[in-house]
Design a protein around this ligand. Structure first.
Ligand code: FAD
Ligand code: FES
Ligand code: FES
Length: 1451
């Protein structure tokens, strides 16, 4: 066993002699075991490429951008597993969640790993976590679910180990807040988190089960009791197997004898002493080799490694690096101590620790709790963090807070050991490879005092009070962490107050600031020196702030630099304001508002209140997060009829359980009917791959690689417009892994350079001699593993030439100047409504040429683009693709290869999230794989790394809008003209159809007359494509912007203006024609009325006004918006077959993306055939299986897009069922004449014998007069904006959505909530940033922030309106996939209201006119909001205070 790596996965022993030391645990699990539950969702972030590009450009900009890139960290949590270690001395097992993508396999020696498959399975029973995920409808596409399950499992396991009182049966010892926070670092793009939060909370004894949302365990109105939930079986999972415990005990002897646990064959070394370490480093074998020292290796999640190392040295084996020592000098942490462990120790209650010290330690721990996410903190070492800050200018939180606390560090080389202050350590030149950080000391307060010669106790008397104050702050896009701050700070002060005069003097002061675009965290020494010893008068504060602004200057090129400087001011003010007797305010008054949210009433128009502000927390409104729960409440209201049962019943989602863990079905696919029978061997490999044996739901990348499989990765252009002169690969270890490079030259004769396309035209697969946008694929590196291919592709060195080329077009303004437009086919160009000049003439007021802009949005499906292509006989190819349109992929692959369509079989089982991005944009990946496989005659697969996916995939269309509007004094709008510039990128994709969608949503109000001029701009940027509610999201936003502007102009409440312009039935008919249907179908006015009254809108409006009157530094806004969204039904096929054993198999053209298509189809099948089934439709459900999309089995599958695929597929299946029912009915009757009851089995076997055709298919084509209809909904959102940081907290959102007669209310509820939260992302958080060449630089979870559990509404209520029966709609249902996304505009509008309140309060006579009306683009990120609120509000406030309140000098 010596020299071998021994560990366990789900109790199974693994013993490896040879391991690639750079392999991650995730890679091992996914490629070498059957445990593919952990998924790869990000596992990335790559700055090295950036350095190369930017160093060439501008070194200063580089530094700034680096700081920016590092300023927003994240991770996704899809890969989370439980890592357990065993201490043979104490007999304790330590369990922690970790991200398996960052954990190096070799570091797992003697560890045990539990994946979601280890929690439960169909043989032994599912785990209650799996069951609750299913029952609470908390899994849609399912890609995030295994990671979510493991994060929760880890939290439950650790809570249950505490010595807290025993909880009631069925519950864990976890608290509600802990349970929710357990998944704070896990991303989900589908659900909107609410149901996931419910799953987590369902384990907490302090939860009121009545508060949990829609589930299958109890119906509304029934008793919500824990016994109805799958019981929490504490301790049932053994995370550390006995065999491994024995191995650990044996190995302990080896370690005691001082032996290193090296896996020499793997080039992995784990020295057990510093001597051993330096022996290694100084040995010949190491000289000149690429060696990496690691502890947790989470740094590789920050600085992506695009090259390989020769050797690794794991520092964790050196005992001194893990020592924690507490004495009178403070707490000393060995550098390898994890952040999680440090938090535990800092929070320990030690009696001997003075209260001031305890307070400091607690606050440090609280701040550390915001660093990254639990599964990163469990691996990340304090030392690693400090080293990253010291060597690589990492925007660390840890450094800033430890700097303020006065910490020291111990570093050593082979011969020297020194102790120095953290400040000096940071100032040192970057450490060399042989200098090791040994420990960090957080000093006790008495040690700090000693260094200043002060003693807090000695100065307290009856006249005076001496106090230690310590606060930390961070402004980050996510309140609970999982995002690094724009700026962080921490302040330590010894304060001396004279009780009689009320004056406060600072005896000493540490002001530390970091992450704002500096080389490292700094102490603001000048400000400290200025303040110490002075009485904290307002003028002193103002002077200090001026000095601070001269100190906190982000490096050139740092985005939002003035914003960052203003944060420093705001935080210092927050800290000092309560100490200034003129500004200090009494304790808060807490009361509850109508939202049920604690409101802190400050003194009217006073100042920051220390206790009410963020004293420790980051940007968000901390009191909202100090409550016992992240999600304070939610309510889902559904109604459903029994007419079409089981259609309409909120049954569990098909496949939900296998998405959480393992399959229940034992389904094996064997292509016996395959047309390529002789080649069954190759296909059998795939058949087994698709066999959900104990594993999990099978996504494309879960299919085990067939024999001889190769892997591809795109090389893409970083230049927007250039001739390609050549491509070379840097001579690195990674480049050596290249097997071949596939380019346009490899397209076979007869084939075409076609990568994707739509009805508007095709686009090239690879740039030929000219690249036309940064992000355009140039070719494909093929290697033996995906990681090698990815790394090697990044080694490409492309020679570009721009000689004789025009400059690229990188903006819509450029496109207009150069008349670079795509044609819009006349049938798609929307029609004007009414007469614009007439409408304008009618107007009493006009706003002319106002502007607003909308950014792009990236799909952020959790599963990136992926395909596997397997060559087959006779020029055929089978492609497994994660796509929303297999049929189109089939045609384009055939065209590229120059073969007929019937030679190409595209199979799609399930897609890990699509949102439009797996339609056109998925096809180049499928085509590239097919081309490489065809050329090499070997299977080739690709799974794009997140960065490549984000760079090449495009996303939502950015737009620039200019509008002119005429209106009357009462707010009635009479005419609107919109000039719209749509940035389409380089190819047409679906862009010519976007104007139609924008105008479709724009018509939601009665504008009187509506006209527009729309240009679809061709730019040298990656093609934009359809993203959930493409165009409609922007159209709805534009409408609300106009309404708000009119309201501001008239100084009216925007909500009155909305009401005034809401359609009547007559006007909606005029704007939408026949799509509007009949009068009773127009449910919007009723929805709005209900929403306004049921949410006490007017009372809350008053509360908001009162709140704003009472609070200077926080403002609230409330707003409602209506939506109208037109959808189109498309022809769709469906096929239902009954097999010999009477089970039923169904095929539809649509693809399961997580939207619940299969669930609804299953329900409709049971409904359609239920009349023949004894016991009724409900029972037939278990016999129905929906199978994957396969282009050679079901033709004309079309696209899964536009929200209507589910209902169209249902209708096709319903018609197929009718055909079968017609065929079987008479047989059933004749059998019933002979015997009273005829079982389903008998009926089918008799039908078989009598030669009844038991398969029926239909191609359903909707009637032209009813293929379009309108969806209605409305939402009210209330937000609170923190003026100091610009962060917006969504206090409450209420949605009502007309779902017709919902086919499955649970599925529709999930779609509505998920779409709404995705919309929040678009309007508030997600910012696609490009560099000056148009290359996307917000290209990972670090720089692109989708909503997380802590950014959804704290009160989230949704009602499904079950509107009337409708003959022409599919069982009277309506679509739910896209329209609800538009409702999220309400959050943006409410934020605008809050900004207005701020601007009004801080306005002067000069600025009054712009206080109400201002351009408010989307997304409304923190810097945008703060800039609109005013970057200098603190200074203005202090200046005003001085001029208006200071007593005259002679007084
Ligand atoms: C998703 C994610 C989010 C994050 N969010 C935050 C955040 O919000 N705030 C924040 O402050 N940090 C954040 N971090 C950074 C995180 O804290 C660091 O990655 C971590 O602390 C590094 O520790 P490690 O043990 O993993 O170091 P490793 O990755 O093992 O090492 C990092 C570097 O330090 C060197 N090194 C490690 N230990 C020593 C030593 N003792 N002596 C000399 N060299 C050493 C290594 O050689 C390597 O160069 C985040 C990280 C990730 C991955
Ligand atoms: S895949 Fe590991 S954190 Fe995203
Ligand atoms: S269900 Fe969470 S990402 Fe799809």
């Amino acid at each position: 066993m010596e020299g071998k790596l021994v560990f366990a996965v789900n109790g199974k022993r693994f013993e490896l002699a040879e391991v690639d030391p750079s392999s991650s645990l995730l890679e091992f699990l996914r490629t070498r075991t059957r445990f593919t539950g952990p998924k790869l969702g990000c596992g990335e972030v790559r700055l090295l490429r950036w350095l190369v590009i930017l160093i060439r450009k501008d070194a200063n900009f580089l530094i700034g951008l680096w700081a920016f890139l590092l300023a927003l960290l994240s991770g996704c949590g899809a890969c989370v597993v439980l890592l357990s270690t065993y201490d043979p001395v104490s007999g304790q097992v330590k369990d922690s969640s970790v991200s398996s993508c960052l954990t190096l396999l070799c570091s797992l020696h003697l560890c045990s790993v539990t994946t979601t498959e280890g929690l439960g399975n169909s043989r032994d029973g599912f785990h209650p976590i799996h069951q609750r995920f299913t029952g609470f409808h908390a899994s849609q596409c399912g890609f995030c679910t295994p990671g979510m399950c493991m994060s929760l499992f880890s939290a439950l396991t650790n809570a249950d180990k505490t010595n807290r009182p025993e909880p009631p049966n069925g519950f864990s010892k976890i608290t509600k807040l802990e349970a929710e926070k357990a998944i704070a670092g896990n991303l989900c793009r589908c659900t909107g988190y609410r149901p996931i939060a419910d799953v987590c909370r369902s384990f907490a004894a302090d939860v009121d089960l009545e508060d949990l949302g829609l589930n299958t365990f109890w119906k509304k109105g029934e008793d919500a009791i824990v016994s109805k939930l799958p019981g929490h079986n504490r301790g049932k999972i053994f995370t550390f197997p006995d065999f491994l415990k024995s191995v650990v005990k044996t190995s302990l002897d080896t370690l005691m004898n001082g032996k290193n646990t090296n896996f020499l064959d793997s080039q992995w070394y784990r020295p057990t002493s510093f001597e051993g370490l330096y022996q290694l480093l100084n040995s010949n074998a190491f000289i000149g080799s690429r060696t990496k020292l690691v502890v947790g290796n989470t740094g590789s999640g920050v600085y992506k490694e695009n090259n390989l190392y020769d050797k690794y040295i794991d520092l964790k084996g050196i005992p001194e690096l893990s020592v924690i020592k507490r004495d009178h000098t403070g707490i000393s942490f060995g550098a390898a101590v994890t952040i999680s462990r440090a938090i535990e120790v800092l929070k320990e209650n030690v009696d001997s620790v003075p209260s001031a010290e305890k307070m400091v330690f607690d606050k440090i721990a609280d701040h550390l709790d915001k660093v990254a996410s639990p599964f990163v903190r469990n691996m990340a070492s304090l030392g690693g963090n400090l080293i990253m800050a010291q060597k690589f200018q990492f925007a660390s939180d840890v450094t800033t807070i430890l700097l303020a606390a006065g910490s020291t560090v111990c570093v050593r080389t082979a011969s020297d050991r020194r102790i120095l202050s953290l400040e000096d350590f940071l100032e040192w030149p970057p450490l060399d490879e042989k200098t090791i950080l040994v420990s960090i000391l957080i000093p006790s307060i008495s040690m700090v005092e000693l260094s200043y010669g002060t003693d807090q106790h000695s100065v307290s008397s009856h006249r005076s009070k001496s106090n230690i104050i310590f606060e930390t702050y961070r402004a980050a896009p996510r309140p609970l962490g999982n995002a690094v701050s724009y700026l962080n700070s921490a302040f330590l002060a010894h304060v001396f107050s004279d009780k009689i005069t009320g004056n406060t003097v600072l005896l000493y002061l540490h002001l530390a600031f970091g992450a704002y675009g500096s080389e490292h965290a700094i102490r603001a020494r000048k400000v400290e020196n200025f303040l110490v010893g002075k009485v904290l008068e307002v003028s002193v504060l103002l002077e200090a702030i001026k000095l601070l602004k001269e100190t906190i200057i982000p490096k050139q090129g740092t985005p939002h630099s003035s914003y960052r400087s203003s944060l420093a001011v705001a935080f210092l003010f927050k800290f000092l304001q309560p100490l200034s007797k003129d500004l200090a305010v009494p304790e808060n008054n807490y009361h509850n508002n109508a939202s049920g949210v604690a409101v802190i009433t400050e003194h009217p128009n006073e100042n920051f209140n220390r206790n009410s502000d963020l004293s420790h927390h980051e940007a968000s409104n901390s009191e909202l997060f100090n409550s016992s729960s992240v999600l304070l409440s939610s309510n889902q209201m559904i109604q459903y009829g029994k007419e079409y049962q089981p259609v309409g019943v909120p049954i569990e989602k098909v496949g939900a359980e296998i998405q959480t863990s393992v399959n229940t079905s034992n389904c094996i696919i064997v292509y016996l009917k395959d047309p390529f029978l002789p080649y069954i061997k190759q296909l059998m490999a795939i058949s087994f791959a698709l066999m959900p044996k104990p594993g999990e739901a099978i996504y494309v990348d879960d299919i085990p690689s067939p024999k001889d499989c190769l892997y591809g990765a795109f090389v893409y252009s970083t230049h927007p417009l250039a001739c390609i002169k050549g491509i070379k690969f840097n001579p690195t270890l990674a480049s050596e892994k290249i097997i071949t490079y596939i380019s346009v030259n490899d397209i076979p004769p007869g084939g075409k350079n076609v990568g994707s396309g739509t009805m508007f035209g095709t686009e090239p697969l690879f740039a030929d001699s000219l690249t036309e946008c940064a992000g355009q694929p140039l070719g494909l590196v093929v290697a033996e593993t995906q990681r090698y291919a990815n790394m090697a592709a990044k080694q490409a060195n492309v020679q570009y030439s721009t000689e004789n080329l025009e400059p690229p077009i990188l903006s819509v303004e450029d496109a207009v100047r150069r008349s670079s437009f795509f044609d819009i086919p006349p049938f798609l160009y929307p029609q004007n409504v009414g007469n614009l000049s007439g409408g304008m003439a009618e107007a009493e007021h006009k706003i002319l040429s106002a502007e607003v802009k909308l950014g792009s949005q990236y799909y952020f499906y959790m599963e990136t683009q992926t395909s596997l292509a397997v060559p087959d006989e006779d020029n055929c190819i089978v492609v497994y693709s994660s796509t929303q349109c297999p049929e189109t992929a089939q045609g384009l692959i055939a065209k590229c290869l120059g073969i007929p369509d019937h030679n190409v079989r595209v199979i799609t089982r399930r897609v890990g999230g699509g949102f439009g991005g797996k339609a056109v944009r998925a096809i180049p990946v499928a085509t590239a794989c097919a081309l490489a496989a065809y050329k090499l005659q070997r299977p080739v697969r690709m799974y794009l790394d997140r960065q490549t996916d984000m760079v090449i995939t495009g996303g939502r269309h950015p737009m620039k809008i200019n509008y002119s509007v005429g209106f009357k004094s009462d707010g009635k709008i009479t005419a609107l003209h919109v000039d719209l510039l749509i940035n389409a990128g380089i190819t047409k994709d679906v862009s010519p159809s976007i104007p139609y969608n924008v105008v479709g949503a724009l018509r939601k109000y009665n504008w009187g007359a509506l006209s527009f001029d729309i240009k679809v701009c061709r730019t040298n940027l990656p093609s934009k494509s359809a993203m959930r509610a493409p165009g409609e999201a922007q159209g709805s936003f534009i409408s609300e912007t106009v309404i708000e502007h009119v309201a501001a102009y008239l100084s009216m409440d925007a909500n009155l203006v909305r009401n005034k312009n809401l359609h009547t039935y007559e006007s909606i008919k005029m704007f939408y024609g026949s799509s509007a249907g009949e009068n009773p179908e127009y449910t919007l006015p009723a929805i709005v009325d209900e929403l306004i009254s049921s949410t006490s809108y007017f009372d809350r409006l008053e509360m908001v006004r009162h709140f704003n009157f009472c609070n200077k530094w926080r403002k609230r806004g409330i707003s409602w918006v209506p939506i109208v969204h037109q959808v189109t039904l498309r022809p769709t096929p469906g096929k239902v077959s009954i097999l010999n054993d009477s089970s039923i198999v169904v095929e539809v053209g649509g693809v399961e993306l997580g939207q619940g298509l299969w669930t609804k189809v299953k329900q409709i099948t049971a409904f359609g055939l239920g009349q023949l089934f004894e016991g009724g439709s409900q029972k037939l459900l278990d016999r129905v299986r929906i199978i994957q999309a396969d282009t050679l089995s079901m033709v004309q599958g079309g696209w899964t897009a536009g929200s209507t695929t589910s209902e169209s597929s249902c209708e096709a299946v319903r018609l197929s069922c009718s055909i079968l029912a017609d065929r079987l009915k008479s047989l059933k009757q004749s059998l019933e004449e002979k015997t009273s009851s005829v079982s389903w089995e008998t009926l089918i076997s008799q039908a078989n014998m009598q030669g009844v055709n038991l398969s029926a298919s239909t191609y359903w084509v909707p009637d032209t007069d009813s293929m379009q209809y309108l969806n209605y909904g409305a939402a009210i959102s209330e937000v609170e904006v923190d003026i100091a940081t610009g962060s917006t907290t969504i206090i409450r959102s209420d949605l009502i959505y007309d779902c017709g007669q919902s086919l499955n209310p649970a599925v529709d509820m999930g779609q509505i909530e998920g779409a709404f939260v995705q919309g929040i992302g678009f309007f508030m958080y997600e910012e696609v940033v490009e560099n000056s060449d148009g290359l996307v630089v917000s290209d990972g979870t670090w720089t692109y922030k989708i909503p997380t559990i802590d950014t959804i509404p704290k009160h989230f209520n949704v009602k499904l309106l079950s509107s009337r029966h409708h003959q022409k709609r599919v069982l009277s249902s309506k679509a739910s996939g896209e329209p609800p996304l538009l409702l999220a505009v309400s959050v943006h509008c409410a934020t605008r209201e809050a900004i207005r309140a701020t601007r009004t309060e801080f306005s002067t006579d000069d600025t009054k006119s712009s206080a109400l009306a201002f351009q408010f683009d989307a997304p409304a990120t923190m810097p945008v909001v703060k800039e609109l609120c005013g970057l200098n509000n603190v200074e203005k406030y202090l200046e005003t205070f001085i001029t208006t309140r200071q007593p005259p000098e002679d007084a």
